[in-house]
Design a protein around this ligand. Structure first.
Ligand code: HSE
Length: 438
């Protein structure tokens, strides 16, 4: 930290290094350069952008960063900085670079959910060892302030569960399917045309991005360390237009939810497409928006809503961390080590209780319903509703849509397995959990 006699003589100056100048990084650079005076007046610290490490200094960027700031030499800008902002994504070289900064006592701000979900504990330990700060508001749900509320505002409460729509791409796709009746492939193509989905949409549509965010948020919510491997993860590629229409008829909407839930034995973490009541607050989250619904013992229910992706919204979260870190450095404060005192284990889906919507096609014969009902009874699963229609393409086949009462996930999946083996069942078309929302 230095003080200087340039434009802000009374404020301490801090050197900021930016790693990565893509969609988010270039917006962070824009605000740092264009709003420097205002940020200094607001925070009492002047943030000097001293270098931007990129792979290609000549690449076209959303915001034109002055050429003299751009470099391919990441280590030099890290070593020269008071605060390093990492926005390159991925595991390496991001991990090595962040450790280099933290080990030297340099504050780090990152939006790298994949890295945090894989190596969060290693980074936290490095920060604690050197007294440096590690902040990552942008890693979960873009612009939505949820990391800091979870870490600070709810530090005196006991979080019991969170349910989040934490991936904008999949929410856009499911919302298109719901509002237009589109098939998954068509909705994905539209998301790609509009720039919501990547050319390779795997990380989004298979749920990996949402699962990484769930692991990061759960570590804060439950004062434990969770990684991506702890999250049961199913994407949305198998969700059909028929599933969406059936859910709609029953007053539900299908959403890809990231859930962290305290159980008797630990914490269950899951990302999967579920049916939620259309009138639940998460049912009204449209387009590429994100939202996180948190339940805590004393606070009750809380809802956080906003833009979960995009350059400017995500830059907002990065800059919030940056200003807050700068203020802490200016007053000589060290980073606060993150508590994982509870050390709760991640527990499997087996004992999670849920209702399940199951759609099967059956050969329309005498006694078929009795056989189906017997399979449920044999597994201790109670049927709540059953709706039978004739397959329009084949009168010998019926479509059965069943919704169960609440049961253990293991029993529900064993029931589905047994249905698949039953000779009268032609096909199990879909199996979708139903969140009651209470
Ligand atoms: N691709 C993510 C989304 C944003 O669609 O929400 C970055 O995590």
């Amino acid at each position: 930290m230095t003080t200087s006699a340039t434009s802000h003589p009374q404020t301490p100056h801090l050197k900021v290094a930016l790693l990565g100048a893509g969609t988010v990084g270039s917006q962070v650079a824009r605000v740092l350069l264009d709003s420097k005076d205002e940020l200094a007046l607001r925070s009492g610290v002047t943030l000097d952008l001293v270098g931007v490490a990129v792979r290609d200094v000549d690449a076209k960027r959303d915001y034109e960063i002055p050429r003299e700031l751009l470099t391919r030499d990441a280590d030099s800008v890290i070593d020269a900085a008071d605060i390093v902002v990492e926005l390159t994504g991925g595991i390496e070289p991001a991990r090595t670079r962040i450790l280099r900064a933290l080990n030297a006592g340099t504050t780090v701000v990152t939006g790298n959910k994949a890295l945090l979900a894989a190596h969060g504990r290693e980074l936290q330990d490095a920060a604690a060892a050197s007294g440096s700060q590690l902040s990552y508001e942008a890693a979960v749900a873009g612009a939505i302030p949820i990391v800091r509320p979870m870490r600070d505002s709810l530090a005196g409460d006991k979080v019991t569960r969170f349910l989040g729509i934490m991936n904008g791409t999949t929410n856009f796709i499911l919302d298109q399917m719901d509002t237009t009746g589109a098939a998954f492939d068509d909705a994905l193509a539209e998301a790609q045309e509009l720039g919501y989905a990547e050319a390779d949409p795997t990380a989004d549509v298979e749920g990996h991005d949402a699962a990484a965010k769930a692991a990061v948020l759960a570590s804060l919510a439950f004062h434990s360390t969770f990684t991506l491997d702890d999250v049961h993860c199913e994407g949305i590629t198998a969700v059909t237009a028929e599933d969406v229409a059936t859910a709609a008829e029953a007053g539900y909407v299908i959403k890809l939810l990231s859930v962290g839930e305290r159980t008797e034995d630990g914490v269950n973490l899951r990302v999967n497409p579920v049916m939620i009541p259309r009138n639940h607050v998460l049912g009204g989250v449209h387009g590429a928006y994100n939202a996180v619904f948190v339940e805590a013992e004393n606070a009750g229910s809380l809802m956080f809503y906003g833009q979960g992706a995009g350059g400017e919204p995500t830059a907002s979260a990065v800059l919030g961390d940056l200003v807050s870190a700068a203020r802490a450095i200016a007053r000589g404060a060290e980073g606060i080590p993150l508590s994982d005192h509870a050390k709760l284990p991640a527990v499997s889906m087996d004992n999670v209780t849920t209702r399940m919507a199951i759609t099967v096609t059956v050969k329309d014969r005498l006694g078929v319903l009795a056989q189906i009902a017997q399979v449920f009874a044999d597994h201790g699963v109670s049927i709540s509703t059953m709706h039978q229609t004739e397959d329009p393409k084949d009168q010998a086949i019926s479509v059965l849509r069943l919704v169960t009462h609440t049961g253990r996930h293991r029993d529900l999946m064993d029931t589905v397995g047994a249905l698949r083996e039953l000779p009268v069942v032609a096909e199990v078309l879909s199996v979708i959990p139903v969140e009651t929302g209470d």
